[in-house]
Design a protein around this ligand. Sequence first.
Ligand SMILES: Nc1ncnc2c1ncn2[C@@H]1O[C@H](COP(=O)(O)OP(=O)(O)OP(=O)(O)O)[C@@H](O)[C@H]1O
Ligand SMILES: [Mg+2]
Length: 360
Amino acid sequence: MYISTLKLDHFRNYGSLDLEFSAGANLFYGDNAQGKTNILEAVYFCGTTRSHRTARDSEMICFGAQEAHLRMEMKKKSVDYRIDMHLKAGRAKGIAINGVAIRKAQELIGLGHFVFFSPEDLGIIKNGPAQRRRFLDMELCQLDKIYVSSLAGYNKVLLQRNRLLKDLSFRPEDMGTLDVWDEQLVRYGSVLIRSRERFVERLREIIRPIHSKLSGGREEMEIGYEKNVPVDAFAEGVRKSRDKDLLLKSTGRGPHRDDLSFLVNGVDIRKYGSQGQQRSAALSLKLAEIELVKESTGDIPVLLLDDVLSELDTGRQHYLLDSIGQIQTFITCTGLEEYADSPVQIDRIFQVTEGCAIRK
Ligand SMILES: Nc1ncnc2c1ncn2[C@@H]1O[C@H](COP(=O)(O)OP(=O)(O)OP(=O)(O)O)[C@@H](O)[C@H]1O
Ligand SMILES: [Mg+2]
């Protein structure tokens, strides 16, 4: 699949924008804060209904405007799809596929697949577990509709349960309602744990040869799913930690405390990896993600590379570009000179200045 056009109206710093893309590599260059990432964000948002940087849709409406419109056209197996999005402060976003409004954002999931790679992703190994859980959630939400609704359900229950834990010191008579939340926590949470198990299992297989090749055969990579609690011990675990939860006023057990581990030649590189090792592992993870999308959907994802090529040395740049092959790519950078000696073949170039993007 590939994205053919994007139209923006009062989205971020774009008053209006109308672009046609190449099915190959599209490059956006310009100074800082001109609107390059905003274009990638718009593509990702139209494709997945989520922004990679904010959970609040209204933040994306242009300052001073009441609403924003986005329109993206894509081609998949020679069929055209048009996605329209409408944002208005204080309202749920409106989405239409080929002019037909959809009721739930989930209905868009699976139409296209997108892999976003930003400089923050290079820190996924060394940063905290929250970023690794976010990676799991963002990927699984694109691949699995049941995961999307279970995650929404789980987050809601977790919030309510934590609120109740705080309130119970004033209203101990409400203790009985805790059982209801516990049961729902386990119900939704078990779906998340099982999906994560399957996902990490596949990822583990796929990443091994990728990382071995990237490291010139020197490193063996092993990804692990560090679950806070296994499914069959979840209900019991929540029951047992109730006293502690009441004391700390927060929920101690569940997949909101999960993590991913990364072992290279048996060493935990989250703690002991060199910077280069951690970056290589992050790159392998992204490449594995592309393979996994291909394998589980039969579709080739669109790759969004925000400012990352310049962060990689030429060896890794080469490897990345060799691996992605026929994928449609959106690349941002600050200067064209970064690409003068790079192996990247660019098919279309846009210059971005103060909320305008002009094809060069
Ligand atoms: N809701 C909004 N309305 C108007 N402008 C916004 C909004 N949100 C962000 N901006 C502006 O968009 C600009 C940032 O755009 P973006 O992040 O795309 O920059 P960039 O070109 O990627 O820069 P860099 O090279 O630093 O990454 C900033 O000037 C910011 O103030
Ligand atoms: Mg940027």
